[in-house]
Design a protein around this ligand. Structure first.
Ligand code: DAH
Length: 341
């Protein structure tokens, strides 16, 4: 029996060492230490021994069991460690592989023009507002003094959502004037950039969707001189010191007096060339002193407060800034075009 135990021990230890994975090791555990295992088979013969022999043999058997269990445990750990090392080796990141270059985009030329404009106005203490593109006709027209029958309310010009022409895609950013007057404490200094929509066919200078930036100042004692001074400063910052402007009378329902502002052509310096269509001047924006009725409709007393406003087309500003000849290029998002800015 002693020899049997010694053999089992030697064989088992050798087999454990040779096992190459935990499944094989587990099979060996069953083979040697399981209920029907070889060691158990030997122990079952203990009954045949004399009472004198039994304690020593029992002790030896226990020692062998303990040795086998120990060896199993050690080998099991070894195998686990090896498996882990193999996995880590397989998953190692090769830091020497060159990375895939990340192609960085950049700002769209129109947003470059917008950011420049914002920068100038923020520097003068204006707040930038954002507002809805789906607007009430009441704010887009009525509250801006363009009542029933005003030509711009026509279905052929404006995208309405309902038969009663009450909800529409805003046709201008000017309703932001009303939203500002209704929600902000006086004095007010805001600009409001955003999309506007009109039923225009697409061509080199028109699109049914385009962008405007609205601007408005309301305070006590504000005059046309402030309007001209502010807009001249903006133009000089955008187009360089000494850039000349001129103000021509115009008509808008929500301003009185109203004007359009031109800048002197940057190409020919006012002599007349193809860029300015021989005029020497390029139209830049509409502006004017806020109509007293518009102030009144917003609960502002026109005898105490006055204000001015302007609206500028953003695509046109960008086209002039970057000498882009066709409006469609701005919206087509052709990277060969966009990469140039
Ligand atoms: N909303 C006008 C348009 O779309 C532009 C405009 C003109 C805005 C005069 C103004 C303004 O704020 O005072 O043609």
């Amino acid at each position: 029996m002693k020899e049997q135990l010694a053999t089992i021990r030697a064989q088992a230890l050798a087999a454990f060492d040779a096992a190459q994975d935990s499944a094989a090791l587990d099979a060996l555990r069953v083979q040697y230490l399981g209920k029907k295992g070889e060691l158990t088979a030997v122990l079952k013969q203990m009954g045949k021994l004399s009472p004198e022999e039994r304690p020593a043999m029992g002790a030896l058997a226990n020692e062998v069991r303990a040795a086998l269990e120990d060896a199993l445990e050690r080998r099991s750990q070894q195998l686990e460690e090896q498996a882990l090392e193999r996995r880590l080796a397989k998953e190692t990141v090769d830091v020497t592989i060159p990375g895939k270059p990340v192609k960085m985009g950049h700002r769209h030329p129109m947003y470059i023009a917008l950011d420049e404009l914002k920068e100038v106005f923020i520097g003068m203490g204006f707040t930038v507002l954002d507002g809805p593109e789906i607007e009430l006709a009441q704010l887009n027209f009525d509250r801006l003094n363009a009542g029933e029958g005003h030509p711009s309310r026509d279905w052929s010009d404006t995208f309405y959502f309902d038969e009663d022409s009450r909800v529409m895609l805003r046709s201008q950013t000017s309703p932001m004037q009303v939203r500002a007057m209704d929600s902000m404490p006086l004095p007010i200094r805001i600009i409001a950039p955003g999309r506007v929509y009109r039923k225009d066919e697409v061509d080199a200078t028109h699109s049914p969707m385009f962008h405007q930036v609205e601007g408005m100042v309301i305070d006590k004692g504000v005059t046309m001189a402030d309007l001209k001074g502010t807009l001249n400063t903006v133009v000089e910052q955008l187009y360089g010191k000494g850039t000349k402007t001129r103000f021509r009378p115009h008509h808008f329902p929500f301003t009185e007096p109203s004007c359009e502002m031109d800048v002197q052509c940057h190409k020919c310096g006012g002599l007349g060339c193809p860029t300015c269509k021989g005029e020497g001047w390029i139209e830049l924006l509409g502006a004017g002193m806020i109509h007293p009725k518009v102030l009144e409709m917003s609960g502002i007393d026109p005898n105490v407060y006055s204000g001015w406003a302007f609206g500028i087309g953003l695509e046109r500003t960008a086209m002039r800034r970057f000498k882009i000849a066709d409006l469609r290029l701005i919206f087509e998002n052709d990277v060969r075009f966009l990469e140039q800015f």
